[in-house]
Design a protein around this ligand. Structure first.
Ligand code: DLL
Length: 442
């Protein structure tokens, strides 16, 4: 830990719930959980129907492990109840609505009461503080504003912490750079790939990204790796921490990473009860440390209580460290619905990121193309990746070979690697699309 980081963590005043014992936390979880299942059952017809069908009643929840008896909630449930069928309060008590973009179907709509918004802001503030941000700091918020929960969620949290917020939103990269130069923010909030876009654009303008005022970055909304953390921290001379969340459960701030340990995000278990299940056999609840699909139950939400929501995010639960009572989540390898199955081998973009960034000639800018050449039934993966600026054509050729071999060794898939010119691949403006599936449909 550097002296600067140590100073940033010791002067923080933590919420009481951050420092309570595991026993006290579990007692709190149980009483909040009992309230939430009864509240959801009484107020949301979908939950009443689902609980009745499963033959469970809120009074069956006597201890935390009883949660496993209750049915799951899925994105499909939210879509079917579009727009407001999942709300547990009358519309006039809903203070704000957010929604997913709905590119793959109907949008999923979520709502918040005034108290929900206050709790959300408190948890984002807690996450930012854990990641090194302090009251009085200037915070450049490059998460997208609008129906996406990132922009406004991060904004309210930074304000609640007592920061000066610069609400730039995503995109307009040149302008972002001007404001970073002129306003001299201490912290930046963005997706990891968008921060990479900003750093890259700075280099193009002849600005050294390591020379800015930024000391902290709080990054999330998409999977990223330790290798990407190293890349961003060294290029930008700052401390980068993770923030996790999803709209259906709240938005950013369901979990946040502590700067003094940088060992994965602590799930704020006074507000959410996590479980890990076997993604292929959801009746199996897995133990801590075992990889599977993350499931959340909200403990305090009023407008949209959510019971056993299947996130599709693949990770595992780890013991708490810097906040001992709250368990951490491992890095998300990917989403079960983003998994590429290539001739029987499962593959996630984050695995490619991890391997590629260990090869010095290759940049973090890559995309994965899936094709099925005419007349064949064989899917093919092409990794298109930019070489670093100073790398020669020969250097690029041997790097391509190295990447192909490493993917074969570590993932087990054969693929083609196409090393392309710096700057030729699409840059991120927020959540970056890594996979381009060009296989014929059907
Ligand atoms: O992305 C909320 C958010 C905004 C989190 C800003 C962090 C910062 P959704 O658009 O509903 O909400 O997308 C949620 O994004 O299920 C994960 O698959 C992914 N995701 C979010 N945070 C992380 C993270 C926001 N730190 C979905 N690491 C989730 C990996 C993440 N994936």
């Amino acid at each position: 830990m550097t002296q600067e980081t140590a100073a940033a963590t010791t002067d923080a005043v933590l919420d009481r719930e951050e420092t309570i014992s595991r026993d006290e936390l579990e007692a709190l979880q149980l009483s909040r959980l009992q309230h939430t299942v009864a509240y959801a059952y009484d107020r949301v017809p979908l939950y009443k129907r689902k609980f009745d069908e499963a033959g469970v009643h809120p009074t069956d929840l006597r201890e935390l492990s009883d949660l496993a008896k209750f049915p799951f909630t899925t994105k499909e449930d939210l879509r079917l109840e579009y727009p407001f069928g999942m709300f547990a309060v009358p519309q006039h008590e809903v203070a704000r609505i957010h929604a997913s973009s709905g590119t793959t179907g109907r949008a999923t709509v979520v709502g918040y009461t005034k108290k929900d918004l206050a709790d959300w802001a408190k948890l984002v503030a807690r996450s930012l503080r854990a990641s090194g941000v302090r009251p009085g700091m200037k915070v450049h918020n490059a998460y997208g504003y609008g129906l996406f929960t990132g922009g406004m969620g991060a904004h309210a949290g930074a304000e609640a912490l007592g920061c000066t917020v610069i609400p730039i939103s995503g995109g307009q990269t040149e302008r972002q750079i001007t404001l970073i130069q002129d306003f001299k923010p201490d912290a930046i909030l963005a997706t990891p790939t968008y921060l990479l876009t900003i750093a890259d654009a700075m280099i193009k303008q002849g600005i050294d990204p390591a020379s800015t005022s930024l000391k902290y970055a709080v990054l999330g909304a998409e999977p990223w790796t330790e290798e990407m953390r190293h890349e961003l921290e060294t290029t930008m001379n700052l401390k980068a921490c993770d923030i996790y969340g999803l709209s259906e459960v709240m938005g950013p701030g369901v979990a946040g990473e502590c700067v003094e340990t940088q060992d994965g995000s602590h799930i704020w278990e006074d507000h959410f009860r996590p479980e890990i299940i076997d993604a292929f056999d959801p009746t199996v609840v897995l133990g801590d440390g075992e990889p599977g699909e993350l499931v959340f139950t909200s403990l305090t939400k009023e407008a949209l209580p959510i019971i056993r929501y299947r996130t599709k995010d693949l990770t595992r639960l780890l013991p708490g460290t810097a906040r001992p009572a709250h368990r951490r989540m491992g890095r998300i390898t990917g989403r079960s619905d983003d998994m590429i199955i290539l001739r029987g081998v499962n593959l996630f973009p984050s695995q490619i990121e991890e391997i590629a960034l260990r090869i010095p000639e290759l940049s973090p800018h890559f995309q994965l193309e899936l094709t099925r050449p005419e007349g064949t039934r064989m899917d093919q993966l092409t990794v298109k990746i930019e070489r670093r600026d100073a790398v020669t054509i020969e250097g690029a050729a041997s790097a391509a070979k190295a990447l192909q071999q490493q993917i074969k060794i570590h993932v087990g898939s054969s693929c083609t690697v196409d090393v392309v010119e710096p700057g030729s691949l699409e840059r991120s403006n927020g959540k970056l699309r890594r996979i381009y599936d060009m296989r014929p449909k059907g």
